[in-house]
Design a protein around this ligand. Structure first.
Ligand code: HEC
Length: 294
């Protein structure tokens, strides 16, 4: 990376609280050195011009994002490995065509290098790539695979040139992170959950059918419409609701229980389903059954 593109100046600021890490305490009086960054204007402009996707500057420093785009798109070569395919059909410079990067796959990962697959670098609804700037810096400095996708092979990212990127300075790494946080979310990448761009829905229980009148002494219920907020597995527990006559419930820890009525009808039962997700969050739903058999 060319550090000449970034000029920094140190200003002495007495008393003011500035971002942690950017200052150190000196005995008395409290004097702190604050570093303000001036990004090379031509690089920022180039970065903003060549970004292949619309950028979201909300809450961000546009110059920092532009500089990050410059580093990612004009220097870092991230697109070559993290966009699959790297160029749109008909826009492949390796075939002598004018370069076109596909918005629909930009930096969403999925390029296969032997046993390794490049990761999705776009932010998800849950947050930016690697979760935080601190994590991102750690990945760039040490190559640690925070997602531990191949512990049997190595705890370190393979193929990914962190061995080169680790010598970038903080200003550069922070600009890259700001840029990656402002590109649109895309689906895809190894072991990413589906609907990663959709805001998380809360865990919910769905017990069906809702209101049944039945003569059959045994019926099946259905909890398959229940949803875990993380898209993962749920545990199921079906019980006779408080105040309801007690029914015999078989397969009560599955999504398809079978309920038997032990008392002569007509009698009203309420059966409750409680589902619990991986985080321990529980949601409930009930079905009402009027048993009219005898
Ligand atoms: C030579 C190909 C290559 C280039 C160039 C490359 N990467 Fe990667 N990167 C990969 C591969 C492959 C992985 C996954 C490695 C593994 O599974 O061991 C990866 C992983 C990552 C991860 C870890 C993501 C996670 O979810 O844990 C980040 C962050 C990352 N790359 C950022 C970048 C950025 C930013 C650039 C450009 C400055 C870049 N990479 C350039 C190949 C590349």
């Amino acid at each position: 990376m060319n550090t000449n593109h970034v000029r920094t100046f140190a200003a002495l600021v007495a008393g003011a609280v500035v971002a942690a890490g950017a200052w150190s305490l000196v005995n008395t009086p409290a004097v702190q050195a604050q570093t303000a960054v001036v990004y090379d204007a031509a690089s920022v402009k180039k970065g903003l011009d060549i970004a292949p996707v619309a950028l979201d500057f909300t809450g961000k420093d546009k110059n920092q994002v532009g500089y990050g785009s410059y580093l990612v798109n004009a220097i870092g070569g991230c697109n070559d490995c993290h966009t699959n395919p790297s160029y749109k059909a008909g826009g492949d410079p390796f075939r002598g065509q004018a370069k076109v990067i596909d918005k629909a796959t930009y930096l969403a990962g999925g390029n296969v290098f032997g046993p390794f697959t490049s990761r999705n670098l776009t932010p998800s609804a849950q947050g930016p790539v690697t979760g935080s700037l601190a994590n991102f810096k750690q990945v760039f400095k040490t190559g640690v695979d925070l997602r531990k996708l191949h512990p049997q092979i190595s705890p370190l990212l393979q193929v990914m040139p962190w061995t080169v990127y680790q010598d970038m300075n903080d200003v550069e790494v922070e600009a890259i992170f700001a840029y990656l946080s402002s590109i649109p979310c895309l689906e895809g990448g190894p072991e990413e959950k589906p609907n990663r761009c959709a805001p998380a829905t809360p865990t919910s229980a769905s017990a069906k059918p809702k209101n049944i009148t039945t003569e059959a002494f045994q019926i099946g219920l259905d909890g398959t419409g229940s949803v875990a907020s993380d898209g993962g597995k749920l545990t199921y527990k079906w019980t006779s609701a408080k105040g309801s006559p007690v029914a015999t419930i078989m397969f009560a820890d599955t999504d398809k229980p079978v309920v038997q009525f032990n008392t002569r009808g007509p009698i009203d039962y309420v059966i409750e389903l409680a589902v619990t997700d991986a985080k321990g969050t529980t949601a409930t739903d009930t079905v009402s059954v009027k048993y009219v058999g005898r």
